[in-house]
Design a binder for this molecule. Structure first.
Ligand code: NAD
Ligand code: WQD
Length: 343
Protein backbone atom coordinates (compact mmCIF):
# COMPACT_ATOMS: atom_id res chain seq x y z
CA UNK A 1 0.00 0.00 0.00
CA UNK A 2 1.65 3.26 -0.97
CA UNK A 3 -0.41 5.46 1.34
CA UNK A 4 1.36 8.20 3.25
CA UNK A 5 1.45 7.77 7.03
CA UNK A 6 2.54 10.44 9.52
CA UNK A 7 4.49 8.93 12.41
CA UNK A 8 5.01 11.37 15.28
CA UNK A 9 7.91 10.42 17.51
CA UNK A 10 9.17 8.28 14.64
CA UNK A 11 12.85 8.53 15.57
CA UNK A 12 12.04 7.27 19.08
CA UNK A 13 12.25 3.71 20.33
CA UNK A 14 8.90 2.22 19.32
CA UNK A 15 8.32 4.74 16.53
CA UNK A 16 11.51 3.82 14.66
CA UNK A 17 10.67 0.11 14.71
CA UNK A 18 7.17 0.90 13.47
CA UNK A 19 8.50 3.07 10.64
CA UNK A 20 10.58 0.09 9.49
CA UNK A 21 7.57 -2.24 9.52
CA UNK A 22 5.40 0.30 7.68
CA UNK A 23 8.05 0.82 5.00
CA UNK A 24 8.57 -2.93 4.67
CA UNK A 25 4.85 -3.14 3.89
CA UNK A 26 5.15 -0.50 1.16
CA UNK A 27 3.75 2.50 3.05
CA UNK A 28 5.34 5.92 2.60
CA UNK A 29 6.24 7.56 5.88
CA UNK A 30 6.79 11.09 7.10
CA UNK A 31 8.17 11.48 10.60
CA UNK A 32 7.73 14.49 12.86
CA UNK A 33 10.07 14.46 15.85
CA UNK A 34 11.64 17.30 17.82
CA UNK A 35 14.53 15.00 18.86
CA UNK A 36 13.89 15.76 22.56
CA UNK A 37 14.49 12.06 23.29
CA UNK A 38 16.04 10.64 20.13
CA UNK A 39 18.69 11.30 17.51
CA UNK A 40 18.59 12.09 13.83
CA UNK A 41 21.05 9.27 13.13
CA UNK A 42 18.17 6.83 13.75
CA UNK A 43 17.10 7.72 10.20
CA UNK A 44 20.33 6.11 8.92
CA UNK A 45 19.46 2.86 10.70
CA UNK A 46 15.96 2.90 9.20
CA UNK A 47 17.37 3.58 5.71
CA UNK A 48 19.92 0.80 6.06
CA UNK A 49 17.28 -1.73 7.07
CA UNK A 50 14.59 -0.76 4.55
CA UNK A 51 16.64 0.64 1.66
CA UNK A 52 14.49 3.78 1.76
CA UNK A 53 14.55 7.02 3.76
CA UNK A 54 11.39 8.31 5.38
CA UNK A 55 10.61 12.03 5.07
CA UNK A 56 11.66 13.81 8.24
CA UNK A 57 10.46 17.07 9.78
CA UNK A 58 12.05 18.28 13.00
CA UNK A 59 9.72 20.36 15.11
CA UNK A 60 7.56 20.32 18.23
CA UNK A 61 3.97 19.19 17.67
CA UNK A 62 2.90 21.53 20.44
CA UNK A 63 3.74 24.34 17.99
CA UNK A 64 0.28 24.64 16.46
CA UNK A 65 1.21 27.06 13.70
CA UNK A 66 4.14 24.93 12.56
CA UNK A 67 1.94 21.84 12.57
CA UNK A 68 -0.71 23.66 10.56
CA UNK A 69 1.91 24.58 7.95
CA UNK A 70 3.01 20.95 7.87
CA UNK A 71 -0.54 19.74 7.16
CA UNK A 72 -0.85 22.30 4.37
CA UNK A 73 2.28 20.90 2.71
CA UNK A 74 1.66 17.17 3.27
CA UNK A 75 -1.84 17.11 1.80
CA UNK A 76 -2.04 13.40 1.05
CA UNK A 77 -1.83 11.97 4.56
CA UNK A 78 -3.96 8.87 5.08
CA UNK A 79 -3.25 8.14 8.75
CA UNK A 80 -1.39 9.32 11.81
CA UNK A 81 0.38 7.12 14.34
CA UNK A 82 1.05 9.23 17.40
CA UNK A 83 4.01 8.10 19.50
CA UNK A 84 5.44 11.49 20.46
CA UNK A 85 5.19 11.99 24.21
CA UNK A 86 7.31 12.23 27.32
CA UNK A 87 7.36 8.85 29.05
CA UNK A 88 9.43 8.91 32.26
CA UNK A 89 7.11 8.12 35.17
CA UNK A 90 9.41 9.56 37.89
CA UNK A 91 10.10 12.76 35.97
CA UNK A 92 6.36 13.26 35.47
CA UNK A 93 5.88 13.32 39.26
CA UNK A 94 8.52 16.07 39.56
CA UNK A 95 7.36 18.05 36.51
CA UNK A 96 3.65 17.32 36.06
CA UNK A 97 2.86 20.41 34.00
CA UNK A 98 5.60 19.61 31.53
CA UNK A 99 3.96 16.20 31.00
CA UNK A 100 0.37 17.45 30.74
CA UNK A 101 1.52 20.23 28.43
CA UNK A 102 3.53 18.06 26.06
CA UNK A 103 1.47 14.88 26.01
CA UNK A 104 -1.96 16.51 25.80
CA UNK A 105 -1.28 19.64 23.75
CA UNK A 106 0.46 17.55 21.07
CA UNK A 107 -2.54 15.20 20.95
CA UNK A 108 -5.12 17.98 20.70
CA UNK A 109 -3.14 19.81 18.01
CA UNK A 110 -3.03 16.64 15.92
CA UNK A 111 -6.73 15.89 16.34
CA UNK A 112 -7.62 19.45 15.35
CA UNK A 113 -5.43 19.09 12.26
CA UNK A 114 -7.08 15.78 11.39
CA UNK A 115 -10.51 17.38 11.45
CA UNK A 116 -9.47 20.42 9.44
CA UNK A 117 -7.46 18.50 6.84
CA UNK A 118 -9.79 15.46 6.75
CA UNK A 119 -7.26 12.81 7.78
CA UNK A 120 -9.41 9.82 8.73
CA UNK A 121 -7.28 7.37 10.76
CA UNK A 122 -5.48 7.74 14.07
CA UNK A 123 -3.45 5.24 16.11
CA UNK A 124 -2.53 6.21 19.65
CA UNK A 125 0.22 4.89 21.94
CA UNK A 126 -1.50 4.09 25.19
CA UNK A 127 -0.15 2.05 28.06
CA UNK A 128 -0.99 -0.75 30.47
CA UNK A 129 -0.31 1.85 33.13
CA UNK A 130 -4.00 2.87 32.74
CA UNK A 131 -4.95 -0.36 34.58
CA UNK A 132 -2.78 0.19 37.68
CA UNK A 133 -2.92 -3.06 39.69
CA UNK A 134 -5.91 -4.76 38.05
CA UNK A 135 -8.42 -6.74 40.13
CA UNK A 136 -8.27 -9.61 37.66
CA UNK A 137 -5.38 -11.11 35.73
CA UNK A 138 -4.83 -11.40 32.85
CA UNK A 139 -6.33 -7.93 32.42
CA UNK A 140 -8.63 -7.30 29.47
CA UNK A 141 -9.64 -4.05 27.76
CA UNK A 142 -12.91 -3.84 29.73
CA UNK A 143 -11.11 -3.46 33.07
CA UNK A 144 -11.73 -0.06 34.66
CA UNK A 145 -9.04 2.60 34.89
CA UNK A 146 -7.47 2.75 38.33
CA UNK A 147 -6.40 6.06 39.80
CA UNK A 148 -3.19 6.75 37.92
CA UNK A 149 -0.14 6.76 40.16
CA UNK A 150 1.70 9.35 38.10
CA UNK A 151 0.95 12.38 35.94
CA UNK A 152 2.37 10.33 33.04
CA UNK A 153 -0.25 7.63 33.62
CA UNK A 154 -2.88 10.33 33.92
CA UNK A 155 -1.94 11.74 30.51
CA UNK A 156 -2.66 8.34 28.93
CA UNK A 157 -6.05 8.03 30.65
CA UNK A 158 -7.04 11.60 29.74
CA UNK A 159 -5.74 11.15 26.18
CA UNK A 160 -8.00 8.15 25.63
CA UNK A 161 -10.99 10.22 26.82
CA UNK A 162 -10.04 13.11 24.54
CA UNK A 163 -9.81 10.73 21.58
CA UNK A 164 -13.14 9.09 22.44
CA UNK A 165 -14.97 12.42 22.65
CA UNK A 166 -13.36 13.63 19.42
CA UNK A 167 -14.24 10.57 17.31
CA UNK A 168 -17.78 10.61 18.73
CA UNK A 169 -18.20 14.18 17.55
CA UNK A 170 -16.65 13.64 14.09
CA UNK A 171 -18.21 11.10 11.75
CA UNK A 172 -15.23 10.65 9.49
CA UNK A 173 -12.65 10.00 12.15
CA UNK A 174 -11.62 6.53 13.32
CA UNK A 175 -9.09 5.74 16.03
CA UNK A 176 -7.35 2.76 17.57
CA UNK A 177 -5.72 3.03 20.97
CA UNK A 178 -3.04 0.43 21.64
CA UNK A 179 -2.23 -0.28 25.27
CA UNK A 180 1.37 -1.48 25.37
CA UNK A 181 2.57 -3.67 28.20
CA UNK A 182 6.38 -3.69 28.60
CA UNK A 183 8.11 -3.19 25.23
CA UNK A 184 11.68 -4.54 25.16
CA UNK A 185 14.38 -5.64 22.73
CA UNK A 186 15.58 -4.21 19.45
CA UNK A 187 15.52 -4.86 15.71
CA UNK A 188 17.30 -8.12 14.81
CA UNK A 189 19.77 -6.13 12.66
CA UNK A 190 20.91 -4.23 15.80
CA UNK A 191 20.76 -1.05 13.68
CA UNK A 192 17.94 0.53 15.71
CA UNK A 193 16.94 0.11 19.35
CA UNK A 194 16.26 2.00 22.54
CA UNK A 195 18.38 5.06 23.39
CA UNK A 196 17.88 5.70 27.11
CA UNK A 197 19.19 9.08 28.28
CA UNK A 198 21.18 8.93 31.52
CA UNK A 199 20.45 6.17 34.03
CA UNK A 200 17.75 3.89 32.63
CA UNK A 201 14.54 3.52 34.63
CA UNK A 202 13.41 0.41 32.81
CA UNK A 203 14.57 -3.08 33.63
CA UNK A 204 16.00 -4.34 30.34
CA UNK A 205 18.19 -1.32 29.44
CA UNK A 206 19.49 -1.43 33.00
CA UNK A 207 20.31 -5.11 32.60
CA UNK A 208 22.15 -4.62 29.29
CA UNK A 209 24.10 -1.65 30.64
CA UNK A 210 25.08 -3.67 33.71
CA UNK A 211 26.25 -6.58 31.55
CA UNK A 212 28.22 -4.07 29.42
CA UNK A 213 29.92 -2.70 32.55
CA UNK A 214 28.33 0.77 32.32
CA UNK A 215 26.49 0.12 35.61
CA UNK A 216 27.98 -1.74 38.56
CA UNK A 217 24.99 -3.79 39.50
CA UNK A 218 21.33 -4.29 38.81
CA UNK A 219 19.09 -3.57 41.78
CA UNK A 220 16.10 -5.88 41.85
CA UNK A 221 13.28 -3.92 43.44
CA UNK A 222 11.70 -6.28 45.97
CA UNK A 223 11.61 -10.05 46.43
CA UNK A 224 8.70 -10.26 48.83
CA UNK A 225 5.82 -9.77 46.40
CA UNK A 226 3.08 -12.34 46.46
CA UNK A 227 4.43 -14.08 43.33
CA UNK A 228 6.08 -17.51 42.87
CA UNK A 229 9.66 -16.20 43.28
CA UNK A 230 8.76 -13.00 45.16
CA UNK A 231 9.77 -10.60 42.36
CA UNK A 232 7.27 -8.50 40.41
CA UNK A 233 5.60 -9.76 37.26
CA UNK A 234 5.17 -7.93 33.93
CA UNK A 235 4.29 -8.79 30.36
CA UNK A 236 7.41 -8.13 28.26
CA UNK A 237 6.70 -7.73 24.56
CA UNK A 238 9.21 -7.61 21.71
CA UNK A 239 9.29 -4.16 20.11
CA UNK A 240 9.17 -5.56 16.55
CA UNK A 241 6.07 -7.61 17.37
CA UNK A 242 4.60 -4.46 18.88
CA UNK A 243 5.49 -2.42 15.79
CA UNK A 244 3.72 -4.93 13.54
CA UNK A 245 0.47 -4.43 15.45
CA UNK A 246 0.51 -0.78 14.32
CA UNK A 247 0.69 -1.80 10.68
CA UNK A 248 -2.22 -4.20 11.18
CA UNK A 249 -4.20 -1.42 12.91
CA UNK A 250 -3.66 1.01 10.04
CA UNK A 251 -4.72 -1.62 7.50
CA UNK A 252 -7.82 -2.41 9.55
CA UNK A 253 -8.96 1.20 9.38
CA UNK A 254 -8.09 1.58 5.69
CA UNK A 255 -10.05 -1.59 4.91
CA UNK A 256 -12.95 -0.24 7.02
CA UNK A 257 -12.98 -3.23 9.33
CA UNK A 258 -13.23 -1.24 12.56
CA UNK A 259 -16.16 -2.27 14.74
CA UNK A 260 -16.41 1.12 16.42
CA UNK A 261 -15.00 4.62 15.99
CA UNK A 262 -12.53 4.05 18.82
CA UNK A 263 -11.18 0.56 19.29
CA UNK A 264 -8.86 -0.38 22.13
CA UNK A 265 -6.43 -3.30 22.12
CA UNK A 266 -3.99 -4.69 24.64
CA UNK A 267 -0.57 -5.39 23.17
CA UNK A 268 1.31 -7.92 25.23
CA UNK A 269 2.29 -11.57 25.01
CA UNK A 270 -0.36 -12.73 27.45
CA UNK A 271 2.34 -14.23 29.66
CA UNK A 272 3.78 -12.70 32.79
CA UNK A 273 7.48 -12.97 33.66
CA UNK A 274 9.06 -12.10 36.97
CA UNK A 275 12.13 -9.87 37.27
CA UNK A 276 14.14 -12.93 38.32
CA UNK A 277 12.93 -14.85 35.26
CA UNK A 278 14.10 -11.99 33.04
CA UNK A 279 17.51 -12.00 34.69
CA UNK A 280 17.82 -15.77 34.23
CA UNK A 281 16.63 -15.67 30.61
CA UNK A 282 19.11 -12.87 29.86
CA UNK A 283 22.00 -14.86 31.32
CA UNK A 284 20.94 -17.98 29.45
CA UNK A 285 20.48 -16.36 26.04
CA UNK A 286 23.60 -14.17 26.13
CA UNK A 287 25.98 -16.25 28.24
CA UNK A 288 26.71 -13.08 30.28
CA UNK A 289 26.72 -13.14 34.11
CA UNK A 290 24.77 -10.35 35.72
CA UNK A 291 25.82 -8.68 38.92
CA UNK A 292 22.63 -8.04 40.85
CA UNK A 293 21.34 -7.52 44.35
CA UNK A 294 17.90 -7.49 45.92
CA UNK A 295 16.85 -4.14 47.38
CA UNK A 296 13.56 -2.71 48.66
CA UNK A 297 10.50 -2.21 46.49
CA UNK A 298 10.35 0.80 44.17
CA UNK A 299 7.63 3.28 45.14
CA UNK A 300 4.58 3.09 42.89
CA UNK A 301 5.36 -0.36 41.42
CA UNK A 302 2.48 -2.79 41.10
CA UNK A 303 2.92 -6.45 41.97
CA UNK A 304 1.76 -8.17 38.83
CA UNK A 305 0.25 -7.22 35.48
CA UNK A 306 -0.05 -9.11 32.23
CA UNK A 307 -2.37 -8.85 29.25
CA UNK A 308 -5.41 -10.72 28.12
CA UNK A 309 -4.68 -10.67 24.39
CA UNK A 310 -7.80 -12.52 23.23
CA UNK A 311 -9.35 -9.42 21.67
CA UNK A 312 -6.24 -8.31 19.72
CA UNK A 313 -5.77 -11.88 18.59
CA UNK A 314 -9.35 -12.25 17.37
CA UNK A 315 -9.92 -8.82 15.84
CA UNK A 316 -6.46 -7.82 14.61
CA UNK A 317 -5.32 -11.36 13.87
CA UNK A 318 -2.15 -10.33 15.66
CA UNK A 319 -0.07 -12.04 18.30
CA UNK A 320 3.47 -11.73 19.59
CA UNK A 321 5.80 -14.19 17.88
CA UNK A 322 9.32 -13.56 19.14
CA UNK A 323 10.28 -15.39 22.33
CA UNK A 324 11.74 -13.88 25.47
CA UNK A 325 15.28 -15.22 25.07
CA UNK A 326 15.54 -14.08 21.45
CA UNK A 327 14.21 -10.68 22.51
CA UNK A 328 16.73 -10.31 25.33
CA UNK A 329 19.51 -11.34 22.97
CA UNK A 330 18.41 -8.61 20.54
CA UNK A 331 18.58 -6.07 23.39
CA UNK A 332 22.09 -7.27 24.21
CA UNK A 333 23.24 -7.11 20.55
CA UNK A 334 21.93 -3.54 20.38
CA UNK A 335 23.79 -2.61 23.59
CA UNK A 336 27.02 -4.03 22.14
CA UNK A 337 26.47 -2.10 18.89
CA UNK A 338 26.04 1.13 20.89
CA UNK A 339 29.19 0.48 22.94
CA UNK A 340 31.24 -0.19 19.78
CA UNK A 341 29.94 2.99 18.19
CA UNK A 342 30.97 5.03 21.24
CA UNK A 343 34.53 3.71 21.19
P1 NAD B 1 10.67 7.63 22.96
O1 NAD B 1 10.96 8.73 23.93
O2 NAD B 1 11.78 6.76 22.52
O3 NAD B 1 9.97 8.25 21.65
C1 NAD B 1 9.14 9.37 21.69
C2 NAD B 1 9.63 10.35 20.63
O4 NAD B 1 8.77 11.48 20.61
C3 NAD B 1 11.05 10.85 20.88
O5 NAD B 1 11.83 10.66 19.71
C4 NAD B 1 10.87 12.34 21.19
O6 NAD B 1 11.97 13.11 20.71
C5 NAD B 1 9.57 12.66 20.48
N1 NAD B 1 8.76 13.74 21.05
C6 NAD B 1 8.34 13.89 22.34
N2 NAD B 1 7.58 14.99 22.46
C7 NAD B 1 7.50 15.56 21.22
C8 NAD B 1 6.85 16.71 20.70
N3 NAD B 1 6.12 17.52 21.46
N4 NAD B 1 6.99 16.99 19.37
C9 NAD B 1 7.74 16.18 18.58
N5 NAD B 1 8.37 15.09 19.01
C10 NAD B 1 8.26 14.77 20.33
O7 NAD B 1 9.48 6.77 23.58
P2 NAD B 1 8.93 5.33 23.17
O8 NAD B 1 9.38 4.35 24.19
O9 NAD B 1 9.20 5.07 21.75
O10 NAD B 1 7.38 5.56 23.40
C11 NAD B 1 6.52 5.93 22.35
C12 NAD B 1 5.12 6.08 22.88
O11 NAD B 1 4.70 4.87 23.48
C13 NAD B 1 4.96 7.16 23.94
O12 NAD B 1 3.71 7.80 23.74
C14 NAD B 1 4.95 6.38 25.24
O13 NAD B 1 4.24 7.04 26.25
C15 NAD B 1 4.23 5.12 24.80
N6 NAD B 1 4.54 3.95 25.64
C16 NAD B 1 5.84 3.57 25.81
C17 NAD B 1 6.13 2.47 26.61
C18 NAD B 1 7.57 2.07 26.86
O14 NAD B 1 7.81 1.34 27.82
N7 NAD B 1 8.51 2.47 26.03
C19 NAD B 1 5.09 1.75 27.22
C20 NAD B 1 3.77 2.16 27.00
C21 NAD B 1 3.51 3.27 26.21
C1 WQD C 1 9.78 -3.64 35.25
C2 WQD C 1 10.01 -4.44 36.53
C3 WQD C 1 10.54 -3.08 38.44
C4 WQD C 1 14.33 -1.56 37.00
C5 WQD C 1 7.17 1.33 33.17
C6 WQD C 1 6.11 2.38 33.24
C7 WQD C 1 4.97 2.02 32.36
C8 WQD C 1 5.43 1.72 30.94
C9 WQD C 1 6.60 0.81 30.89
C10 WQD C 1 5.10 3.65 29.59
C11 WQD C 1 9.38 -3.78 37.76
C12 WQD C 1 11.70 -3.97 38.07
C13 WQD C 1 13.13 -2.23 37.11
C14 WQD C 1 15.42 -1.94 37.84
C15 WQD C 1 14.03 -3.65 38.80
N1 WQD C 1 5.86 2.91 30.26
N2 WQD C 1 12.98 -3.25 38.00
N3 WQD C 1 15.21 -2.98 38.70
O1 WQD C 1 7.59 -0.18 35.87
O2 WQD C 1 6.53 -2.13 34.63
O3 WQD C 1 6.61 0.09 33.57
O4 WQD C 1 7.61 1.22 31.80
O5 WQD C 1 3.91 3.63 29.46
O6 WQD C 1 4.07 3.08 32.39
O7 WQD C 1 5.67 2.48 34.58
O8 WQD C 1 8.69 -1.15 33.79
O9 WQD C 1 10.98 -1.73 33.17
O10 WQD C 1 10.61 0.07 34.90
O11 WQD C 1 10.13 -2.29 35.48
O12 WQD C 1 13.91 -4.57 39.61
O13 WQD C 1 16.51 -1.36 37.81
O14 WQD C 1 11.42 -4.46 36.79
O15 WQD C 1 10.40 -2.99 39.83
O16 WQD C 1 8.90 -4.81 38.58
P1 WQD C 1 7.31 -0.87 34.60
P2 WQD C 1 10.17 -1.22 34.29
Amino acid sequence: MNKLILVTGGTGYIGSHTVVELMNEGFDVVIIDNLSNSEKSVLNGIAEITGRRPFFEQFDICDKKRLHDFFRIYKKLDSIIHFAAYKAVGESIEKPLMYYQNNLTSLMNLLEGMIEFKIPHFVFSSSATVYGQPDQLPVNEEAPFKTADSPYGNTKQIAEEIIRDTVNANDNLKAISLRYFNPIGAHSSALIGELPRGVPNNLVPFITQTAAGVRNELKIFGDDYNTPDGTAIRDYINVVDLAKAHVVSIKRMIEQKSKSDLEIFNLGTGKGSSVMEIVNAFEKSTGEKLNYKIVGKRAGDVESVYADITYANKELGWKAEIGLEETLLSAWNWEKYLRNKKR
